[in-house]
Design a binder for this molecule. Structure first.
Ligand code: DP6
Length: 423
């Protein structure tokens, strides 16, 4: 069994941080529900973890008598199949660990018996529908792999995170990532690969509109199962449309060709939502605000004659808007704040989170500046303007970002090294 110098009980911990990602060619539909194997390839952009990320501390000690997990401070059950798959697959690959400074030695065989404590925290509201499970499972797999000294080969870690939540496999890399669907029934070839890192195309600016919604949404897992069973469009899409789009999207990313990137991103989001409508009973993820944001972007892109912004929506009403550069992003922000001003008494700095420097670039210092915004030129000439106060909860400005990283500062660990439970 694991040994330590002296008789003091010991705890060994690792803390990591992982990003979320937004799919620009969507994953929707599984060919294997347990292993989480998709029916088509997908491509995503990793979002900067400085603005949206999960931090996870994993700890091991001979004093722990069961695997336990806390999410945002609240204990949650690990009995679900997805957590169990991840823990099992990680333990299977665990290696020898030696921490000379602490006098701890764990042999490969010990890991089967040792229990772990996991504490995870999202730096954004979990309920906002911002791919928290993608960041969460990527972080869990990454942190446990570091703790258990797993030598990763061929995207193996991504195939473990995939078994927690499909889209999580793409959060193991920064920049632009493809989830290759694979062919094998075992799933070993269904892994994520990095197409380009985050500095390859660093002009892009991403603004997320967190749209207010009372509606209880259908989970991605349930929604894609229903689409798989009932939508003929989904099967046409996965066989005919996506394979072509994947090649075109890879080329657009390689060449930093924003026009093609935007065209493909918008078309794929719209087709995904068309599949949802084609599902029986139909699933409505977008709401009126989501559609108004699409209109605002489409109208502006048309007016400019060339796309300035791409939009994409996952299984919820939030808009993810990708602007071609900072100039386009500040013009976009002005439009968004013109059409979707906050409810009265909201501070501008709490209405725009993330990279707030974009406010200055847009010449917006106070709410007075927002109130004084003029209608954008594309709506001149008779189109009536509806202002939608309070229909967006807040915006987040971010950019493409890096993959998971270790947090070396032990003070930032989420677990107390003396008690083994969250601080
Ligand atoms: C619309 O990865 O959340 O965001 O694999 O069942 O956990 P499970 O589903 P999940 O689905 C994500 C669907 C999507 C598109 C995408 O991210 O590719």
């Amino acid at each position: 069994m694991a040994v330590s110098k002296g008789s003091e009980p010991w705890i060994l911990m690792v803390t990591a941080r992982s990003p979320t990602n937004i799919a620009v060619i969507k994953y929707w539909g599984k060919r294997d529900e347990t292993l989480i194997l998709p029916i088509n390839d997908s491509i995503s952009v990793t979002l900067d973890p400085d603005h949206l990320c999960t931090t996870t501390t994993v700890a091991v000690s001979p004093a722990f008598d069961s695997d336990r997990m806390w999410l945002n401070g609240k204990e949650i059950s690990l009995s679900g199949g997805r957590y169990q798959s991840c823990l099992r697959e990680i333990r299977r690959r665990a290696g020898d660990v030696e921490d000379e400074k602490k006098g701890i030695r764990i042999r490969k065989v010990d890991w089967e018996r040792l229990r772990v404590h996991i504490a995870s925290y999202n730096n954004f509201p979990t309920a906002a529908g911002l791919a928290s499970s993608a960041a969460g499972f990527a972080c869990l797999a990454f942190a446990l792999a570091k703790l258990m000294n797993i030598k990763e080969e061929n995207g193996e870690l991504s195939s473990i995170a995939r078994q927690g939540s499909g889209s999580a496999c793409r959060s193991l890399y920064g920049g632009f990532v493809k989830w290759v669907m694979g062919n094998d029934a075992s799933g070993h070839d269904s892994i994520a690969v990095q197409l380009a890192n985050e500095s390859h195309w660093d002009d892009l600016v991403i603004i997320i509109a967190v749209v207010s919604s009372q509606q209880k949404e259908t989970s991605s897992t349930a929604g894609m199962r229903e689409s798989f069973d009932t939508s003929t469009l989904l099967h046409y899409r996965s066989k005919v449309v996506v394979p072509r789009r994947i090649l075109q999207m890879e080329e657009a990313i390689r060449n930093r060709d924003f026009q093609s990137f935007a065209r493909l991103t918008c078309a794929d989001s719209n087709q995904f939502h068309a599949v949802c409508l084609d599902t029986s009973p139909p699933i409505f993820y977008m709401n009126d605000t989501s559609r108004r944001i699409i209109n605002c972007v489409e109208r502006w892109n048309q007016f400019e004659g060339t796309p300035q912004v791409a939009y994409t929506y996952d299984a919820g009403p939030n808009a993810v808007l990708i602007a071609r550069n900072r100039t386009a992003a500040s013009l976009l922000l002005k439009r968004l704040l013109f059409y979707f001003p906050p409810s009265p008494d909201t501070e501008l700095t709490s209405y725009l989170l993330g990279d707030k420097s974009i406010l200055e670039e847009a010449g917006l210092q106070t709410m007075k500046d927002v109130e004084n915004l003029q209608a954008p030129p594309e709506i001149k000439g008779g189109i009536s303007v509806d202002k939608n106060y309070g229909s967006v909860s807040y915006f987040i400005c971010t950019r493409p970002g890096r993959g998971p990283t270790l947090v070396v500062d032990e003070d930032q660990a989420l677990i107390d090294p003396r008690t083994g439970i969250p601080k």
